[in-house]
Design a protein around this ligand. Structure first.
Ligand SMILES: Nc1nc2c(ncn2[C@@H]2O[C@H](COP(=O)(O)OP(=O)(O)O)[C@@H](O)[C@H]2O)c(=O)[nH]1
Ligand SMILES: [Mg+2]
Length: 331
């Protein structure tokens, strides 16, 4: 993309639901170049001004998480196709910080979403291959606004269960859906406790063929385990079974997502989104400060010496940290 960005043209194109303009705008918000960052800010401000994007957007935002191979992409293909057939416009985004290292992407396997990729009412965007999780999250939140302004009334965000990425995605969607496979008894321990605390709806996927009964049993056990983790919160996350491959249970799952939304209510949803914006504000600030710290010439100048002294046991961590911070502050 050239350094000069025609924001007016982008706003007009996005407003008209133009795919090329949408794609260009998302490329813009993924860019780390200062000129692009400034143009992206202007674009987002313009898109948020009429309420079609941002906190006041009426779009349904859903995060979809689960380990690689659980069937997220297949499920999104099934759900997305049903939603577009029902008249919705569906945007699909991905948060996959590991794609930077592996060179792959959660949505790299577009073959799993062949129908949805070719669907004019859907727009699928792979995870940006920008460095940090913070960077990817920043790009994703902005891409969400672009998609909503372009008329997508459902936005699905796929994320792998790696490190902090689930928590990050939970902080940008209205409803967080966790897909898992039939696990019973001790295997349940393998599910990270943290994920059960942030999930709004849980589905045991691949409940088809021989595995259907097993999936039902697992769902019942999981529902029991969940009651212990979640205590007596207001919303009891439903645990259902589904198959993205055969489409069985996918409609029901979507009803649960909408039920969670109803449960939040208009005010509750607005409060949730506003709170997310505030949390995200600070996350962005921390991420940016981290970058500045890394790139600070004053810090770089002393970094190797400090490292050597700490490794040699000559410098306590607390003193080393103070020295680095002092160098940063004085720069
Ligand atoms: N039996 C069955 N297989 C599935 C289902 N969903 C996905 N798969 C298979 O599981 C593998 C991984 O699916 P994929 O959607 O790429 O998983 P992701 O890594 O979570 O996105 C593929 O071989 C799929 O065909 C399902 O509902 N039932
Ligand atoms: Mg996938």
């Amino acid at each position: 993309m050239a350094a000069a960005v025609d924001v007016d043209a982008l706003v007009a194109g996005i407003g008209a639901g133009n795919r090329a303009a949408t794609a260009r705008a998302i490329t813009l918000v993924e860019s780390a170049k200062p000129a692009h960052r400034a143009a992206a800010r202007e674009l987002l401000t313009r898109l948020s001004a009429d309420g079609s994007a941002g906190v006041a957007s009426s779009a349904v935002r859903v995060g979809i998480s689960g380990v690689p191979g659980v069937g997220k992409s297949t499920f999104i293909e099934s759900l997305g196709t049903r939603l577009t057939a029902a008249g919705h416009r569906v945007g699909v985004l991905a948060v996959d910080p590991s794609s930077v290292r592996t060179g792959g992407s959660v949505l790299g396997d577009k073959t799993r979403m062949a129908r949805l990729s070719a669907d004019p009412r859907a727009y699928i965007r792979p995870s940006p291959s920008a460095g940090t999780l913070g960077g990817v999250a920043r790009a994703t939140v902005q891409a969400m606004s672009v998609l909503e302004a372009a008329g997508h009334d459902v936005v699905l965000v796929e994320t792998v269960g790696v490190g902090q990425s689930e928590v990050t995605v939970a902080g940008m969607v209205d409803t967080f859906l966790f897909l898992t496979l039939a696990r019973t008894g001790d295997q349940l321990q393998g599910i990270k406790k943290g994920i059960l605390e942030i999930a709004d709806v849980i589905a045991v996927n691949k409940a088809d063929g021989d595995r259907e009964q097993e999936a039902r049993t697992a769902a019942r056990e999981l529902a029991g385990a969940l009651r212990l983790v979640r205590g007596h919160g207001e919303w009891a996350p439903p645990v259902v079974t589904c198959s993205g491959l055969t489409d069985v249970g996918v409609d029901d799952l979507w009803e649960r997502v909408l039920a969670h939304r109803d449960h939040l209510g208009v005010d509750g949803l607005a409060r949730k989104r506003a709170g997310q914006q505030l949390d995200f504000t600070w996350a962005l600030v921390r991420d940016e400060l981290d970058q500045r710290l890394r790139h600070s010439p004053a810090v770089r100048a002393i970094r190797d010496d400090v490292r050597a002294e700490v490794l040699a046991g000559e410098l306590p961590a607390t003193v080393a940290a103070d020295r680095i911070l002092a160098a940063y502050d004085e720069a």
